[in-house]
Design a protein around this ligand. Sequence first.
Ligand code: AR6
Length: 177
Amino acid sequence: MSTTKTTSIEVIRGDITKVHVDAIVNAANTSLLGGGGVDGAIHRAAGPVLLEECRTIRNRQGGCAVGDAVLTSAGNLPARFVIHAVGPVWNGGNSCESELLARTYLKSLEIANDNGLRSIAFPNISTGTYQFPKARAVDIVLSTVTEFLRESRRISRIVFVCLDEENYQLYRKRIPM
Ligand code: AR6
């Protein structure tokens, strides 16, 4: 008898630094040295170990390209790991921003999967400082996740953590409670 495993996809409104999952994703930048927004919040809550590990990775590989991601431990966070992912800066839509945003989410899912992690939480990457249009981002994110889950069902829980109301409503419309 074959069984079909289902992956739960959830939307919550709040602060990703409080979420208990195997890995939270950070909306980082190519320097990996921290910044504002969710990046600043994650580094503050995790403590200095996060920056130390990011520096070590940076010294080894020279930062992180747009669309790529790296894994660190999570310091004082309730999550076990942080996946630092670099989304694209919105530049009008003709600079491969959509493909790069899809790649950013896909790479994060692959890192989680390859490390045997079962649950992952995402912030709304690129939709803050990097100004990616929110409604367009939701379409890209959900089709990327759907595509990924066709190939792999090892991740059992995906959580979208929305700090702002607009993103929360956009995700809520697409993902039933
Ligand atoms: N929990 C969940 N979501 C949050 C939190 C939080 N604690 N704080 C902010 N957000 P942004 P970006 C949401 O600007 O657009 C940084 O300086 C926020 O409401 O953090 O990818 C990096 O170092 C928004 O919806 O990331 C980069 O330089 C979303 O997180 C640059 O900003 C993303 O906003 C990356 O820009």
